[in-house]
Design a protein around this ligand. Structure first.
Ligand code: GLU
Ligand code: ZN
Length: 285
């Protein structure tokens, strides 16, 4: 019998420097794996086209080292495009995805029902196939996909058993114009390929898990458990963000602050002034 060990990961996108919120996410993933004597992995999610700055990955490693974390590194997303394409192809052969050429403005004008990620796509291109030459994204046909997959459930370590509700998002984009796979497809495939058994991430991504669970069912992937942790928010309740002035971990590192002291403070939920934890329930459908 193969012993199943706990495997977690921290999966930052090199779109900007890491800040305290990322440190908290990394520590949650790290400590969750260590609790079981398991493995903690770092995966660089570097397929975000123009926004991706690969040189930041080196800084991320410095940040994790500074926090006192040890990790195993998995291949970055940019090396996994063949697997993403194969998965899309398998869904396409089964008629579960379709091309969509709608612009952001067209989708906004159609004013679909509100979803966790903005208005739900109204299905325009599902009814009317666009011209084959136009640049297009690929969307998952949620109604067909859920009909094939049947009712699904998933387990969150903090909130218990969840009935799958992928329809909340409508027909999500699985393949983009400007980047290869979307977050939903890439992250789901990577977590399976990396043998992740406990997917830890911020509660702001709680609803996305419904889509990931459906993709696992469609693609025959193993099903992990999830651990959606609270996220660090500023006094106004919004998620911490570099663009709103949260100092980066690199800034703190360079100013001579102790990384292990920062890590201990985060573990004890002692935050900088104005910062607190939120379960992000307001963002949930
Ligand atoms: N790259 C994603 C982010 O930085 C990872 C989310 C996840 O852990 O699934 O938000
Ligand atoms: Zn469309």
């Amino acid at each position: 019998m193969v012993a199943v060990t706990t495997v977690t990961r921290f999966a930052p996108s090199p779109n900007g420097p890491l800040h305290l919120g990322h440190a908290f996410a990394a520590i949650v993933a790290h400590d969750r794996a260590m609790r079981d004597g398991g493995a903690f992995m770092l995966r660089i999610e570097d397929i975000d086209g123009a926004r991706s700055r690969p040189e930041l990955a080196g800084e991320f490693r410095e940040d994790l080292r500074w926090l006192g974390l040890a990790w195993r590194e998995t291949p970055p997303q940019s090396t996994r495009l063949t697997a993403y394409r194969a998965a899309l192809e398998s869904l396409r052969e089964r008629g579960l995805v379709y091309r969509c050429t709608c612009t952001r403005a067209e989708i906004a004008a159609a004013a679909g029902a509100p979803g966790p990620d903005g208005p739900v796509y109204p299905g325009t291109c599902r009814h009317n196939a666009p011209s084959p030459d136009a640049p297009a994204v690929w969307r998952l046909d949620i109604a067909r996909a859920t009909a094939i997959a049947g009712p699904l459930t998933w387990h969150d370590e903090r909130r218990g058993l969840q009935p799958g509700r992928p329809e909340l998002f409508g027909d999500v984009v699985l393949w983009r114009k400007d980047a290869p796979a979307s977050y939903h497809l890439a992250a789901t495939l990577d977590d399976a390929a990396d043998g992740v058994t406990v997917v830890t991430r911020g509660a702001d991504l709680f609803a996305a898990t419904h889509v990931h669970r459906l993709l696992q069912a469609l693609l025959g992937l193993p099903v992990p458990v999830w651990h959606h942790h609270p996220v660090l928010v500023e006094a106004d309740g919004r998620k911490l963000a570099k663009r709103r002035g949260a100092p980066s971990l690199a800034d703190r590192r360079h100013s001579g602050e102790s990384g292990t002291a920062v890590a201990q403070a985060l573990r004890a939920a002692r935050f900088d002034t104005g910062i607190s934890l939120s379960e992000y329930v307001d963002r949930e459908p």
